[in-house]
Write a protein that binds this ligand. Structure first.
Ligand code: T68
Length: 830
């Protein structure tokens, strides 16, 4: 381990010993102009903003590439272990500003462009937002990639280069509609296509068994179809540009671009069908979070990128180390959820069928190499595939899965497992027409299995993996999520980052936990003023965005109360909008009271097929329409639903929030990461004791976070005993009034029945306990109003949140993975 730590340091030294050209605006301007001329092919006189963006990106990329090669060379030379992060999603967003910031070139680039009359902020807005992910899981992968480069973990991210990422959300007459988002329309300056790095991925066909030299069975899979996986590499720059890792995304190609026989026979369309089918694998990201797609194309995507990535890393390992048996010492494969869980069977196939390893050796090596992160407990979200589908698409893998299962069940039986336990730990679910449980496959094929917050990891042991945890005690561990402070503080909130630097110096830039140095300033009136001024400027910027996109004027002096995240019933945007209606009613009934002006900001996408979530979007927009034009509320309340939530919009919204809504039904949000972004940017949180909110309370202090509602244990108890939403509604007249209004069409006069279903569902079942938590949520909101009336007290809490959120840096998370799962050293930054 010491050896490897030295190696990482040597890599950093080599990188920083490169010729230093940073900080020189004139030479950087010359580089931009050279790119504009020779790579973009434009004369500066006629260049448009997009041309400048491309030229700047290519100039920055040159600087990054120097560090990239130094890192890659250094890692190779030292011969240490690499991490391979397997994820079907990388929600990276824009890369320009973050890249400039990490390379120390933000000021340089701004100055260089200004000298040719170009505004960096204007062109940076033109960059496409790479939305190769749905939500938290995909964004976590992006934060991890940046942190691994920062703390010196040599890593490859492996995923799919979707031509169309997450859909664009349009709001038409208050309803969500979806259209494709074409992020590659203007090309992608960050990626390097590697046509020569291509692997064959097989599907279907049959397995031929023969006798090996020693009489053992030898299996050869003869796939019926082959698709090519072609690599596209994007450099990922760590903080201060000291190390640069690689994000390698696979694109699907057909080995035969056209069937000439069919073409010559006159079937011009049919000549292309094989190609279209092959290439459809990397066409589009599945837009459902928390529900498995369940379709064959999805399974093809999963196997496609998993197989390509394993082939690639095994090839790299053999080229460097010659010996397959040392794989686990040199490679750590982290599975981001079960989407790549087929890796367990694929690695076994590679080791046994291709490298002639014995079953026992292969399984030990596989388990030592792989580990798995779980992101959800929702039973409906756990992936499983019908046995016949797997058998048809991946016949050899199905055999291997059966064989793994047989051994696991024998082991469990020997350890004293009952029939019920055997049924629960089995990879094959016999209850629902024989399906392969990908979570169980990932679990048994991993040396460590982790949850993403302390609460979630504990609940994993009690629920989904209860019996597996008994058979394999100690395998489950916790790794609380984190966020990268480079993107979510420095780049997104330069005003706050600048103020912090002036106040506590630069230390926090390298180590977010040094933000605690801010604590002594929490009550300092001078500092509070400056802190509030930064927040106000961020709110003015968001107000401008709201005005431009919705034509709605909001006052930056009002309390900005924000809920932005995927639309999901368990996240309870419905609780928020119902309470908003209650507030609206109260303001109208008691106009004489001294109300706190609030702006309710919502944003988030619903899966296209998730009807009830789409109705919640519509309800928010129906309420907005009425409230925003009602003179009776006198600007005391505004409701804004911002369309097309993505990383770039988050970067504008989060720094402008006063209040962060993290109000999921306790026990259902695995961690949350938006919660961390808001608090780091000085918003106070109203939240349940769910996911990482629990640990946030521990860190910021119970006085500095607004916790309400039932605990996870209480939720479980109420569900067990039977929910009683009617009683809850009867007990709270304000809630009854709200539901009456919504159900009878007060907010949808043209279609009074529109929200009847939503209200009926709440009244009759209320699985997410909206009516159970409504009263305490509402009461907490009024306490928040009261605090807002004392700005000094509010600001003190907000500042303490910033000071105490450093632990939630993804650098800390990555160090934890490195120490306890990957067995890798990390380096200090700075
Ligand atoms: C999220 N999961 C968790 N899933 O909901 C969140 N799912 O609590 C946690 O903070 C975050 O993961 C990171 O750990 C997701 O975002 C998905 O996006 C998803 C996508 C496809 C299929 C299933």
């Amino acid at each position: 381990r010491l050896y490897a730590a030295d190696a990482a340091l040597a890599v950093a030294d080599e990188a920083s010993a490169l010729p230093e050209a940073t900080g020189d605006a004139r030479s950087f301007r010359d580089l931009i102009l050279a790119k504009l001329t020779y790579a973009v092919g434009k004369d500066p006189i006629v260049a448009r903003d997009h041309d400048w963006l491309r030229a700047l990106s290519l100039a920055l990329r040159d600087r990054i590439v120097d560090r990239w090669m130094a890192t890659t060379r250094g890692v190779y030379r030292m011969g240490g272990k690499r991490v391979y992060y397997f994820s079907l999603e990388f929600l990276i967003g824009r890369l320009l500003k973050d890249g400039l910031n990490n390379m120390g070139l933000l000021g340089t680039a701004r100055e260089a462009l200004a000298s040719v009359g170009v505004d960096l902020d204007v062109i940076a807005e033109l960059e496409a937002d790479a939305a190769l992910g749905n939500g938290g899981l995909g964004r976590l992968a992006a934060c991890f990639m940046e942190s691994m480069a920062t703390v010196g973990v040599p890593a490859y991210g492996y995923g799919i280069r979707y031509e169309n990422g997450l859909f664009r959300q349009n709001i038409i007459d208050g309803w969500q509609t979806e259209s494709p988002e074409n992020w590659l329309a203007y090309g992608n300056p960050w990626e390097f296509p590697r046509r020569e790095v291509a692997y064959e991925i097989g599907f279907g066909g049959a397995v031929e068994a023969s006798e090996g030299w020693d009489g053992s069975a030898v299996h050869a899979w003869k796939p019926a179809e082959t698709v090519l996986a072609v690599a596209h590499d994007t450099p990922v720059v760590g903080w201060r540009g000291l190390r640069v890792n690689t994000l390698r995304l696979w694109s699907a190609r057909s080995p035969d671009p056209i069937s000439l026989d069919a073409f010559n026979a006159g079937d011009h369309i049919g000549a292309l069908t094989a190609r279209t089918k092959a290439e459809s694998i990397s066409r589009v990201l599945y837009p459902a979070d928390s529900t498995p797609a369940g379709q064959e194309l999805r399974l093809r995507q999963e196997y496609f990128f998993t197989s390509a990535s394993l082939q690639d890393l095994v090839r790299r390992h053999l080229k460097q180390h010659r010996e397959i048996r040392t794989l686990a010492q040199k490679a750590a494969v982290q599975l981001n959820d079960t989407h790549p869980a087929i890796a367990v069977a694929e690695l076994m196939r590679i080791l046994i069928d291709i490298h002639a390893m014995s079953w026992a050796d292969a399984f030990a090596l596989t388990r030592d190499t792989i580990s798995y992160t779980n992101h959800t407990l929702l039973p409906e979200a756990l992936e499983s595939w019908p046995v016949p589908l797997l058998e048809r698409l991946l016949p050899r893998h199905m055999q291997i899965i059966y064989a793994i299962n047989a051994r696991v069940l024998t082991e469990a039986r020997a350890a004293g497992a009952t029939d019920a336990m055997i049924a629960a730990v089995s990879i094959i679910d016999e209850g629902h027409g024989r399906r392969v449980r990908m979570g169980n496959l990932a679990f048994v094929g991993s040396h460590k299995v982790n949850g993403v917050s302390a609460l979630h990891s504990e609940l994993m042991k009690e629920t989904v993996f209860r019996d597996l945890n008994t058979v394999f005690p100690g395998r489950i561990t916790n790794k609380t999520n984190g966020i990268t402070p480079r993107r979510w503080l420095m780049t997104a909130n330069p005003g706050l980052a600048g103020l912090l630097r002036e106040t506590i110096g630069e230390g926090f830039l390298d180590d977010a936990e040094k933000l605690v140095a801010l604590e002594p300033f929490a009550r300092d009136p001078g500092f509070q003023e400056r802190f509030a001024a930064v927040k106000h400027a961020n709110k003015a910027r968001l107000a401008k965005t709201i005005q431009q996109t919705l034509g709605l004027r909001v006052d930056p002096a009002a309390l900005f109360d924000v809920q932005v995240k995927r639309m999901h019933e368990y996240k309870r945007q419905l609780l928020n909008i119902l309470e908003t209606i209650a507030l609206y009613n109260a303001i109208r009934t008691h106009p004489e009271k001294d109300w706190v002006p609030r702006v309710k900001v919502f944003a988030g996408k619903a899966a296209a097929s998730y009807t009830s979530a789409k109705y919640i979007i519509k309800l928010i927009n129906d309420v907005a329409k009425m409230v925003n034009t009602d003179p009776a509320v006198r600007n005391l309340l505004k409701v804004a639903f911002l369309p097309n939530y993505n990383v770039s919009l988050a970067e504008v919204i989060i720094p402008a929030a006063d209040l962060s809504e993290q109000i999921s039904t306790a026990g259902m949000e695995a961690s949350g990461t938006g919660n961390m972004k808001f608090a780091l940017n000085g918003a106070l949180t109203i939240g349940t004791l769910d996911g990482a909110n629990v640990e946030m309370r521990d860190h910021v202090g119970a006085d500095n976070i607004f916790i309400f509602g039932l605990t996870a244990a209480e939720v479980e108890a109420r569900r067990a005993k039977g929910l009683n939403p009617r009683a809850n509604i009867e007990a709270d007249p304000a809630l009854a009034e709200v539901l009456d209004a919504v159900g009878s069409g007060v907010f949808s006069p043209a279609d009074p029945q529109r929200h009847r279903g939503t209200v009926d569902n709440l009244t009759n079942s209320d699985w997410f306990l909206v009516t159970d938590d409504f009263t305490s949520y509402s009461a907490m909101q009024r306490r928040i109003d009261a605090l807002w009336g004392t700005p000094a007290a509010w600001r003190e809490k907000a500042i303490l949140n910033v000071a105490r959120m450093g632990w939630f840096s993804s650098d800390r998370t990555i160090r934890d993975y490195s120490d306890e799962i990957w067995g890798l050293p990390t380096v200090k930054v700075g």
